[in-house]
Write a protein that binds this ligand. Structure first.
Ligand code: NAD
Ligand code: LMR
Length: 328
């Protein structure tokens, strides 16, 4: 039997990440080499023409799995029947801008999008929020989709996870595939905590294979501030690496994470590890049967506890700020 196409909605489709993402989705890297896809591109009216240009290029690739492209500036149409929603469109942080400033600028985008997902998305919809501040934007969208199970709303910390893998592999001179069980905790921001105490390299605790000074003063800040460093260097926020992480996040969600390892994703907290229920915070997760589940039972030492708490505190403050703005 031929598989029906999966509807994939990408917001901000004419942006930088959109340009790096759409071709990979259409080529089968998001869902698998046997899964046909239909793309829905959502843009603001001024950028619809640019999205049409990208769609022409997608046509010109003659991707066998690509079964159609719709372009719209209407969120209701974009999310009608959607199975996978990648919420990328937002105002990117520019030089000198703090993440907090983004709350007010971006919060308003995610309320109507949550409502549109609630109204029309497919029963199996999975949502990944990439647009910053990603965790809190996901919280806003989720708050406006009461009929969709909360666990279907996630935010992206996979880029941070991949950055941490890369930094540690360079430090230890090992392949990224030799590193297992790494975790990003908390917010996709400079307060995030990349945890090497539960990570393993060659079956041994990763944190014990590096100098504690390097861990504290180089590794953690390098990973946590990598987004800002890219903006400083490129004059624009990361795009291809962000698109790559979005592909990884959804591919693993749908197809499962490998046995003996886990990954990082911001998911709705069930209260695990002292993270208040309902916050969308990054955790160690495995994907089983198409669901991300928080890995349970990890030991959290004092060093880690302090840093997780600080990042979670920032999420609480972001949540309270959007509550005050009437966005949730
Ligand atoms: P960009 O400015 O190049 O593109 C954003 C696009 O979104 C634009 O085309 C804009 O027209 C569109 N847009 C704005 N409002 C919209 C709306 N209401 N509906 C639909 N489209 C809308 O930015 P980019 O570089 O593609 O980055 C997008 C977002 O991703 C930014 O918020 C950025 O900070 C974030 N980001 C997140 C991560 C992460 O790891 N979570 C990594 C990198 C970037
Ligand atoms: C990143 O991590 O590269 C981005 O989230 C940075 C940003 O603020 O856009």
């Amino acid at each position: 039997m031929t598989q029906a196409p999966v509807n994939v909605t990408v917001t901000g489709a004419a942006g930088q990440i959109g340009y790096a993402l759409l071709f990979r989705i259409a080529s089968g890297q998001l869902l698998g080499a046997d899964t046909p896809v239909k793309l829905r591109l959502l843009e603001i009216p001024q950028a619809v023409k640019a999205a049409e240009g990208t769609a022409m290029e997608l046509d010109d690739c003659a991707f066998p799995l690509l079964k159609g492209i719709d372009i719209t500036d209407d969120a209701k149409k974009a999310f009608d029947g959607t199975n996978v929603a990648l919420l990328v469109g937002a105002r990117p942080r520019t030089k000198g801008m703090e993440r907090g400033d983004l709350l007010a600028a971006n919060g308003g985008i995610f309320k109507p999008q949550g409502e549109a997902i609630n109204a029309g998305a497919a029963d199996d919809v999975r949502v990944l929020v990439v647009g910053n501040p990603a965790n809190t934007n996901a919280l806003i969208a989720q708050a406006h989709a009461p009929d969709v199970p909360a666990e279907r709303f996630t935010a992206m910390t996979r880029l941070d996870h991949n950055r941490a893998l890369s930094q540690l592999s360079a430090k230890l001179g090992v392949a990224v595939t030799d590193i297992k069980k790494l975790t990003i905790w908390g917010n996709h921001s400079a307060t995030q905590y990349p945890d090497l105490f539960n990570a393993e390299v060659g079956g041994k605790v990763a944190a014990e294979q590096v100098e504690q000074e390097w861990l504290k003063d180089t590794f953690i800040p390098t990973v946590a501030k990598r987004g800002a460093a890219i903006i400083e260097a490129r004059g624009a926020s990361s795009a291809a690496s962000a698109a790559n992480a979005a592909i990884d996040h959804v591919y693993d969600w749908v197809n499962g994470t490998p046995e003996g390892d886990w990954t990082s994703a911001a998911v709705v907290s069930d209260g695990s590890y002292g993270v208040p229920e309902g916050l969308i915070s990054s955790f160690p997760v495995v994907s089983r049967n198409g669901r991300y589940e928080i890995v349970q039972g990890l030991e959290i030492g004092e060093f880690s506890r302090e840093r997780i708490d600080a990042s979670v505190q920032e999420l609480i403050e972001e949540r309270d700020a959007v509550k005050q703005l009437g966005l949730i």
